[in-house]
Design a protein around this ligand. Sequence first.
Ligand code: SF4
Ligand code: SF4
Length: 110
Amino acid sequence: MDFGFSISPSSTINLDKVDFTLYDRLCEIEPDAKKCMACGSCSATCTAGPWTGMSVRKVILGIQRGKESEAEKMLKGCMLCGKCTMVCPRGINTRHLILSLCRIYGEGER
Ligand code: SF4
Ligand code: SF4
């Protein structure tokens, strides 16, 4: 029966089964990644976000939750303008973090 709406699939994550290899590797070269509190200031100010779906907050959360392919797709929308770095209340150099992630993905260092 069509009720005119649908229920989203559960987004429950079993953290015991998540592969943290990429997150650990990121934290090795960008220790500030651990400081992210997912406030969303970076995403709110992102120049590319409205058109490409890029969100630093979602990229970091995705990597912490094992959704690496989603994070990798989002990174392609970043144009490295650096606005997100200017607004991060935790002082994370998000632009550098994005570059480091691209390097990890590009070199297949995992
Ligand atoms: S602005 Fe900084 S602390 Fe907030 S979600 Fe973005 S990276 Fe995390
Ligand atoms: S550097 Fe990338 S993620 Fe940050 S505001 Fe610019 S386009 Fe958005």
